[in-house]
Structures are given as structure tokens and as C-alpha cells.
Design a protein around this ligand. Structure first.
Ligand code: NAP
Length: 312
């Protein structure tokens, strides 16, 4: 396993991470434990969750964090735990967003559910247009100073919002975000125009989410084949399983196979060949998927190969 610095911070994350938005949803305890154990066994240290993940239970949301906290008992020091706040946790306008009031409550609740006294990377899940970024950063900085959070990051920010956050943090001498979690993979590359240059400028490491486009980039979905999997059941199926995407997939697969690699190798290797990428946080349904993903992460493409892939 390769360990990489996240942005210009001192935080080392495993190149292959584990996304857990299927924990306490599709994966109940035994299945989640098997996936987590395999990941830790193979050297994965970076685990990404969020307060919003999991099924709504009687106690409300947070079931995914809750399950992860239970499964990690006794092993906390071996992982870099990343979570997020900001999506609505209830109907209440006070239980969402990035205001000081909600950040304090959200962090306490995540710490309790995760059964830990610190969060390694605390991420703003989505921009909150109603809260001044200086207020958000100041509340996060307080958590850092109190030892409850180690590093901070954001997700789904536009490039101008990244600039705004960086400027505000520097101006007010607050902890600076070190990472940007963004939708990025071989097929979805919108962030290359504005966001990636901003990440370079502001020392942000990129954590690509949906790195396999919900399983599509494993190559298991084919035009005339019925496949069981989360993508087939998801609302995004119609948008992803299109003729144009199948044609692109074929070109990408041909490129990989000509170099004695698989499509999965290309999905991971292409992301990890970019030094700005910190950890590729695919989720997995089984230990075998974790094994395949870790093995797929070894290929580093040459600049000429990266250029060729860009045109496919
Ligand atoms: N910041 C944000 O706004 C945001 C948004 C979305 C997600 N995320 C984060 O990103 C993480 C990853 O996203 P994601 O899981 O939705 O998408 P993904 O990583 O693109 O797809 C993962 C899914 O693909 C399938 N898969 C994984 N490895 C495989 C393999 N080797 N062979 C065959 N199938 C395989 C599994 O589903 P099946 O077995 O059911 O096919 C798995 O759940 C999440 O867990 C979450 O932490 C963040």
C-alpha cells in the first residue's frame, strides 16, 4: 500500500481508502465487518463516513457512523477516520448546514457515534450558502484547538468557494482546509477545468468520490446483461448506463487490455497517477472487492498514457 500526504498537510492517507456509505444500509454488521477487516488487513488506513450515511433508524440518522464505531472498537489508533457534516439530519432547520451552532452539535454527535474522542478529518459535506465561511472555519478551528478534530476539509465546493475558504482561514489565522472531496473518475471529469487548478493553488488534496462511478467502471455492467449491484438499483442508473458511456467504457477497456491491465486497474491507476489525489475511497460489498481494489491500485500511467486516456 502506498501512503500519500493529503494536500500540503502532514496527514498520511492510504492511496486506497474505504468509503462506507453502504455501511448500515446495504451492509449489515457481519458483511460490514468482513469488508472492514479485509481493508485494514491490506493496509487501508483511510476510512470515510458521514453523519448522513446509513438507514434512518428510531434514533435518527448516523447509523453508518454508529456501526463503524462499533466495528472499530479497539482499533481506532490504526485508522485515519474521516467524517462529514452539513446535509440535513432532520426536518429542523437547526440540524443542517455549517453554522457554529450546528457544527458544535454535529461534531459531538459524530464523536459519540464513532466512539472516539477525535476525528482525523472533519469535512463540510456541501457548501452552506447561508453561513459566512469565516464563521464555519472559526467553529472548526475551535474543534481543532480543543483536540476533537485533527484536520479539516470540504466537499462539493466550487473553485471560488475554495479560494474564499483559503483566504478567510489565512486572514483570520484559522486552520486551513487540507482536502477537497469531489465527484471524479474516468468518466466524470468536470473538476479538471476549475477545481483541480484551485486545489493545486490552495494545497488541497483531492479525495475522489464515486471513483468507480458506482460500480460501472469495474466493467461488470454490460449493455445486454442484467447485473445485480447498487448501480442497477440506484436512481443514477439511467444517467450512467447509456450507449455513449458503454462506448467510452469499451475504449477505456481496450486501452487497459493493450497494456495487460484491466479496466479496474485503469480506474484506480489513472486517479493515483495524479499526485494531487490523496485517497481513492471506493466502497465495497465484499472482502473480495476490497482485495481486487487494492490490487488494482498499482498501475502508474506515464504522462503520454495520461494524455492518451484524456482523449478516449
Ligand atoms: N462527498 C460526497 O458528496 C460523496 C458522495 C457520494 C459518495 N461519497 C463517498 O465516496 C465513497 C465511494 O462512493 P460510492 O461507493 O457510492 O461509489 P463507487 O466507489 O464508485 O462504487 C462502489 C460500488 O461499486 C461496487 N464495487 C466496488 N468494488 C468493486 C469491485 N472490485 N468489483 C465489482 N464491483 C465493485 C460496489 O457495489 P455493488 O457490489 O453493489 O455493485 C461498491 O459499493 C462513499 O462510500 C462515500 O464515502 C461522498
Amino acid at each position: 500500500m502506498e501512503y500519500r500526504r493529503l494536500g500540503d498537510s502532514g496527514l498520511l492517507v492510504s492511496g486506497v481508502g474505504l468509503g462506507t456509505n453502504n455501511f448500515a444500509g446495504r451492509l449489515q454488521d457481519e458483511a460490514a465487518r468482513a469488508v472492514l477487516n479485509e481493508a485494514l488487513e491490506l493496509g487501508v488506513t483511510f476510512i470515510d463516513t458521514a453523519d448522513i450515511y446509513g438507514r434512518r433508524s428510531e434514533e435518527g440518522l448516523g447509523t453508518s457512523e454508529n456501526q463503524l464505531g462499533r466495528l472499530l472498537a479497539g482499533r481506532r489508533q490504526n485508522v485515519i477516520l474521516a467524517t462529514k457534516f452539513g446535509h440535513p439530519m432532520s426536518e429542523s432547520v437547526y440540524e443542517r448546514g455549517a453554522s457554529r451552532g450546528w457544527i458544535v452539535r454535529a461534531a459531538e454527535a459524530s464523536l459519540r457515534r464513532l466512539r472516539t474522542d477525535y476525528i482525523d478529518l472533519y469535512q463540510i459535506h456541501v457548501p452552506d450558502p447561508q453561513t459566512p465561511i469565516a464563521e464555519t472555519l472559526s467553529a472548526l478551528d475551535d474543534l481543532v484547538r480543543a483536540g476533537k478534530v485533527r484536520w479539516i476539509g470540504h466537499s462539493n465546493f466550487a473553485a471560488w468557494q475554495m479560494a474564499d475558504a483559503d483566504w478567510s482561514a489565512r486572514t483570520h489565522h484559522l486552520s486551513r482546509p487540507v482536502s477537497a472531496q469531489m465527484h471524479y473518475n474516468l468518466l466524470v471529469r468536470e473538476i479538471e477545468a476549475e477545481v483541480i487548478p484551485a486545489c493545486h493553488r490552495f494545497g488541497l488534496g483531492i479525495i475522489p468520490y464515486f471513483p468507480l462511478e458506482s460500480g460501472f467502471l469495474t466493467g461488470k455492467y454490460r449493455p445486454a446483461r442484467e447485473v445485480k449491484g447498487r448501480l442497477a438499483e440506484s436512481a443514477r442508473a439511467g444517467e450512467i448506463l447509456t450507449d455513449a458511456n458503454f462506448q467510452r467504457l469499451e475504449r477505456l477497456e481496450r486501452f487497459a487490455v493493450e497494456r495487460k491491465h484491466t479496466l479496474l486497474d485503469l480506474a484506480f491507476g489513472w486517479l493515483l497517477s495524479q499526485p494531487i489525489v490523496g485517497s481513492v475511497i471506493a466502497s465495497a460489498s465484499t472482502p473480495d472487492q476490497v482485495k481486487a481494489n487494492v490490487a488494482a491500485a498499482e498501475w502508474r500511467l506515464s504522462p503520454a498514457e495520461m494524455y492518451e486516456v484524456a482523449g478516449l
